[in-house]
Design a binder for this molecule. Structure first.
Ligand code: MN3
Length: 201
């Protein structure tokens, strides 16, 4: 079965003015599509692997045949990361009680969490992601290069920010910090809450 780009689930301009319509359109329709196309092309000779959910492939990269492993890691990672990212974005969703308590417990305060997440996103050199993950029952912040995902390290991502330039350059140019600050206005905390509960099971 071929992989497909999932629908965005909301209008391209739904995140204005924090993330602009043109960026969303290009990011979803072109960049995400390219990861999916390249993943499908790479898996063409591997009928068995085509049936495996991309999440499972990323959790077991070491078992993927070596000649296609990098393609799965990069393009499969790109597909998985973006599919997650679209669902994590929504305007005007307040932090849930559960997440507020969990963040206070594991980071001391929301401000401390926000600072660590921001530092991680700004500090990621080159292209990559910053993540809030559940690891051994606790929240932590990690960043990954390129399209790597913390699930390949056995962690459960519940929030992530794409800091590739294609995610922000049209509106923010080189000012990644401004994009990261704006990102806090479009976090879908209901989705984060749902992923947190699943990860804590
Ligand atoms: Mn991207």
């Amino acid at each position: 079965m071929k992989q497909e780009v999932p629908p965005l689930g909301y209008a391209y301009d739904a995140l204005e003015p924090y993330i602009d319509e043109t960026t969303m359109k290009i990011h979803h329709d072109k960049h995400h599509q390219a990861y999916v196309d390249k993943l499908n092309a790479a898996l063409e000779p591997f009928a068995g692997l085509q049936k495996v959910p991309v999440e499972v492939l990323l959790k077991s990269l070491s078992t993927i045949p070596e000649n296609v492993r990098t393609a799965v890691r990069n393009h499969g990672g790109g597909h998985y990361n973006h599919s997650l990212f679209w669902k994590l974005l929504k305007k005007d969703v307040p932090v849930t009680k559960t997440m507020s308590l969990a963040i206070d417990k594991d980071f001391g305060s929301f401000d401390n969490f926000k600072k660590q997440f921001t530092d991680s996103a700004i500090g990621r050199f080159g292209s990559g992601w910053a993540w809030l993950v559940v690891s051994n029952g606790k929240l932590e912040i990690v960043s990954t290069a390129n399209q790597d995902n913390p699930i390949s390290e056995g962690k459960h991502p519940i929030l992530g920010i794409d800091v590739w330039e294609h995610a922000y350059y049209l509106k923010y140019q080189q000012k990644r910090a401004d994009y990261v600050a704006a990102f806090f206005s479009v976090i879908n905390w209901d989705e984060v809450n749902k992923l947190y509960k699943e990860a804590m099971k």
